[in-house]
Design a protein around this ligand. Structure first.
Ligand code: NAD
Length: 256
């Protein structure tokens, strides 16, 4: 379905981003990978799906890096047709103890980077009259949790940005939507499980049950594979007129 299309997924060396990149690659899209850590492992997983891969190590907190990545992706594949704004970090602390530099980093990586990639990707998408912008927000783009001020502010902002871009592209073949996962067992969440286990002196298994039980009625993690399939749906012709939605996949979290 996506042969000859190019998908750029920020933060795609791990977790949800890698899951989405793999799902789009299975549909035949060329993939632009980004992120840190096990770059080679991610590259190999995409290459095994038989599509061309290009990696760019832009730091999403740096607008100049983002510009460089968008230009490099265009040079390599001609155009970015599918933009997935996924890179994100977390920090958990009460607001009066929240380090200002962590606030700045979270707003830059989880929110402002999507503004920069979107403004740079849109002209070519509009010229082609086809494009998909998918923002990986969170259930925290819809509801709040204590101790996550920067993350909740950034994700609510990202849902707002999604709606504005959807309106500004409403009469074109470009759509913009957000995905709002509940808990997904990636390194980002494993850190929170580990912190809970250490703070309460309990096993990892018990901490996982507590974490799910506090928020997620299904008591199940959403998987990167499931989120990848949702991204594929947003790229399908059936979703041509799905615009500005914030679609949760959260085991019932936001229904409470
Ligand atoms: P993860 O830690 O597994 O992956 C994060 C990715 O972002 C990695 O590839 C990492 O290298 C990259 N990254 C981090 N900082 C970066 C930077 N400055 N520049 C470029 N890349 C950077 O986390 P994840 O759980 O897969 O999270 C992906 C997205 O999903 C995030 O936006 C997160 O907020 C969101 N999300 C996660 C969950 C969850 O439960 N895991 C739930 C809702 C939303």
């Amino acid at each position: 379905m996506l042969k000859n299309k190019t998908a750029l997924v920020t933060g795609s060396t791990s977790g949800i981003g890698l899951g989405i990149a793999k799902a789009l690659a299975r549909q035949g899209a060329n993939i632009v990978l980004n992120g840190f850590g096990d770059v080679e492992g991610a590259r190999q997983q995409i290459e095994a799906l038989g599509v061309p891969v290009f990696y760019h190590g832009a730091d999403m907190s740096r607008p100049a890096d983002i510009e460089d990545m968008m230009h490099a992706a265009e040079q390599r594949f001609g155009r970015v047709d599918i933009l997935v704004n996924n890179a994100g970090i977390q920090h958990v602390a009460p607001i009066e103890d929240f380090p200002p530099e962590r606030w700045d980093a979270i707003i830059a990586i989880n929110l402002s980077s999507a503004f920069h990639t979107t403004r740079l990707a849109l002209p070519a998408m509009k010229a082609a009259n086809w494009g998909r912008i998918i923002n990986v927000a969170s259930v925290h783009g819809l509801v709040a949790s204590a101790q996550k001020s920067a993350y909740v502010a950034a994700k609510h902002g990202l849902v707002g940005l999604t709606k504005v871009v959807a309106l500004e592209t409403a009469t074109t073949g470009v759509t913009c939507n957000a995905i709002c996962p509940g808990w997904v067992l990636t390194p980002l969440v494993q850190k929170q499980v580990d912190a809970k286990a250490a703070a309460l002196g309990i096993s990892n298994e018990e901490a996982t049950r507590l974490l799910l039980g506090e928020k997620e009625p299904s008591m199940q993690f959403t998987t990167p594979e499931e989120l990848g399939e949702l991204a594929v749906f947003f790229c399908s012709p059936a979703a041509n007129n799905v615009r500005g939605v914030a679609w949760n996949m959260d085991g019932g979290w936001a229904a409470q």
